[in-house]
Write a protein that binds this ligand. Structure first.
Ligand code: CDP
Length: 252
């Protein structure tokens, strides 16, 4: 962010490097229930990002000193595969992934009904298979669907989406070049139905007016993404229902 380069991010027609309009998202696909062994899972393709989320639990929290007597904890591990970025990423946690895991956990603890599962842990694994800017938002969006797929009681789904500023223009959902050479990036975790913001970060600089405009763009986009999340879950439930019907018919 903020690396000043002679690279044109907005062309003379007001379009972005990948041809998008300022308020346009990259294409997003969400699928629920993609892993057999996890209690819940989701796969998200968001532009060139490819992200898997897997959920286990609630199960007894280990080590025991992590247990909370009145509620469950939501433990998140955000991890980038070595092959997910241009230069092979060294395996294992680094400062960035520890930070993203923490903020994702805090965002999810706002929606999971943790008070129903004292002393338990709900474990969320976010695996970034391919990264192209905006992975924390795509990861949060995927994790939220994976939790619902695991049947974990939640107040609502959270959507992660970013907006920011490039070439003095407020834009939605920054791509890789925009993230590298743009002026600001504002990832947000948002619950469209209640209007609650459960994550907000800002990298770079903007005026208050620009920030509010960026947030509006993110909130509008979040409503659309929320629709995709619900559609993915609906398809998943339909599939489970069909499988169960086939099983019953099979024994007759
Ligand atoms: O992914 P997100 O935008 O949430 O986080 P970031 O720290 O702003 O990273 C932006 C992008 O930089 C990532 O999505 C990756 O494409 C890239 N990146 C990388 O190439 N190598 C890393 N070790 C970390 C990030």
């Amino acid at each position: 962010m903020g690396m000043k380069m002679d690279i044109e991010l907005i062309d003379k027609n007001g379009l972005r490097i990948d041809g998008r309009k300022p308020e346009e998202l990259r294409p997003i696909k969400i699928e629920a229930g993609v892993l057999k062994r996890a209690d819940g899972s989701a796969y998200v393709e968001w532009g060139k990002n490819k992200i898997l989320a897997a959920v286990y639990g609630p199960r007894e929290a280990h080590p025991r000193h992590l247990q909370k007597s009145n509620k469950a904890i939501v433990q998140v591990r955000y991890n980038m595969a070595p092959f997910s970025v241009g230069d092979r990423k060294r395996p294992g946690p680094d400062r960035r992934s520890v930070e993203i895991s923490k903020i994702t956990s805090e965002a999810l603890e706002h929606v999971v009904m943790t008070e129903l599962f004292p002393r338990s842990s709900i474990d969320v694994f976010i695996e970034v298979l391919q990264a192209n800017a905006g992975t924390r938002c795509a990861g949060l969006t995927a994790a939220s669907v994976a939790l619902a797929d695991a049947g974990i009681p939640m107040k609502d789904l959270v959507v992660g989406v970013a907006s920011g500023k490039v070439d003095d223009v407020v834009v939605l959902d920054l791509g890789k070049e925009e993230d590298n050479y743009g002026q600001a990036d504002v990832p947000m975790g948002y619950i469209p139905r209640t209007g609650e913001i459960v994550l907000l970060q800002m990298d770079g600089d903007m005026t208050q007016e620009e920030l509010f405009k960026a947030m509006e763009m993110s909130m509008d986009a979040a409503k659309y993404i929320y629709g995709l999340q619900k559609e993915a879950l609906r398809k998943r439930y339909e599939m489970i229902a069909r499988e169960e019907t086939e099983e019953i018919e099979g024994v007759q």
